[in-house]
Design a protein around this ligand. Structure first.
Ligand code: DQA
Length: 146
């Protein structure tokens, strides 16, 4: 199964960005984690990050056209981008929303994600392990679908 792992703004700075909140894993390490997990699970995983909203929306359109599964950390766009949410609503495959930090335990403006209502499920607060868990879930779903 094809799986896209999309990351929103500032996640390219992982490893140096607020390490007390996001941990010391670098973005390169996160890519490697997702790719190696995908290989072990037999998933074709493509990992991308962008700071440009229109770029993410274009990637989501392609994923929708392909019927692909998506793991998405919308980062700050989670909290206000109706355009990202609407693009997520076009997806035909499962969508797992991931947040590295526990957004519910942080500033109030982070408590609500406009994406969550159109996601299949949400993982938050488990660090970068959330991505690995999301990929395991998608692989298990595929097995169940036969
Ligand atoms: C985040 C949480 C968001 O509130 C924040 O804007 C991010 C990262 C997370 O992974 O915990 O950039 O999505």
């Amino acid at each position: 199964m094809r799986v896209y792992v999309f990351n929103g703004p500032n996640l390219g700075r992982l490893g140096s960005r607020q390490v007390d909140v996001y941990g010391v894993t670098s973005y390169a390490d996160l890519v490697e984690l997702c790719e190696s997990t995908g290989r072990a699970l037999g998933l074709a995983v493509t990992v991308r990050q962008t700071d440009a909203e229109h770029e993410l929306i274009g990637w989501l359109h392609t994923a929708a056209d392909e019927g692909a599964a998506v793991v998405l950390n919308p980062a700050a766009w989670s909290h206000y981008s109706i355009a990202v949410r609407d693009a997520c609503a076009l997806l035909r495959g499962p969508l797992v929303e991931v947040h590295i930090s526990n957004i519910h335990a942080r500033e109030e403006f982070r408590h609500h994600s406009v994406v969550s209502a159109v996601a299949t499920g949400v993982i938050c607060g488990l660090g970068v392990d959330g991505y690995r868990l999301a990929l395991h879930h998608l692989a298990a779903r595929t097995d169940q679908a036969g």
